[in-house]
Design a binder for this molecule. Sequence first.
Ligand SMILES: *Cc1c(COP(=O)(O)O)cnc(C)c1O
Length: 351
Amino acid sequence: EITTTFERNADTTYPLGSVYGRPDNATVRRCEDVITLLEAGAATLAFGSGMAAATAFFLALERPCHVVAPKVMYWSLRNWLRTEAPSLGLDVSFVDATDATAVARAIRPGETGAVWLETPANPLWTLSDVATISAMAHDGGAVVAVDSTAASPVVQQPVALGADVVMHAATKYLNGHSDVVAGSLTFANAGPLLERAAKVRASYGAILGPFEAALLLRGMRTLFVRVARQCETAAYVSKAMRHNRDVAHVLYPGVGDEQIIQLARAQMPGGFGGMLSIRCSGGRDHALATAARLSVFKRATSLGGVESLVEHRASIEGEGTPCPDDLLRLSIGLEPADALIADLERALKAP
Ligand SMILES: *Cc1c(COP(=O)(O)O)cnc(C)c1O
């Protein structure tokens, strides 16, 4: 129900277990229970945004500590780790997380509190080997958290691969309708990290609102059909783009050398996801002109919704981004694949 406060019994106990809406509430708990099942974890905390979830994870670590994070990751979180996290007792090393050995080398046993991964990683859709890195991180005494937003639980379940925490920007695939901002952390085990994260959420007031929780519950009802279709369409689009002379590279988890495809197959049993990027053969101006000519794809940020979206990430991310300036990020929605392919083929051609 949509309420901020809960009635006590005459004996002062609470019949529903809820007291007040900031630490937790019944509607949010229902959402959390669904995400826990989807991720096969032990417990979930829902937050008011993906960023609130991610930052709560870092604030829940015993600080000061060292953290290993990927060079290619969600831009706003990378900025927070670079600019805000150091003053909060987090010493962050950015590494090439597509290389498990590079991650292992960056781990300082006894000092490294956490390894943060994002796979597939926005906006290049490179993969990190969650099982291998989790085993190495655990040897070094660090926990592993995976931003699994771009995959969704339909595609991969990081807990099954050995990760300790799974983060989602539920704003994206979990909700799927571009009308809720929300985030989640799912914990493989109940324990001190979960308890500290719950305390951070309560004291920073970072919880998801009950109304948004109700919308998110409704959105998640169609998660499996949406994502299955988005994966299928993204595979068609990526194939068409690989055969297009105006496209220099297609970046998609199902595309690459044999080793990457093998990792994708092993780690992403539900498909390769609905996100891909293309690099336009004519460079930055070609990319911008292509985005301007698209009409089925809408020019907007965000991802994972029912409408297909296109974004020139380099202009959003600005200086220091690992994103090339000839790249267009595509979020595949629920439109027919041939309509999306025709839109791209027409837009990529110079008039
Ligand atoms: C959108 C996004 C986030 C942040 O989520 P918000 O709900 O916008 O705060 C984090 N990681 C990834 C991969 C995202 O796409």
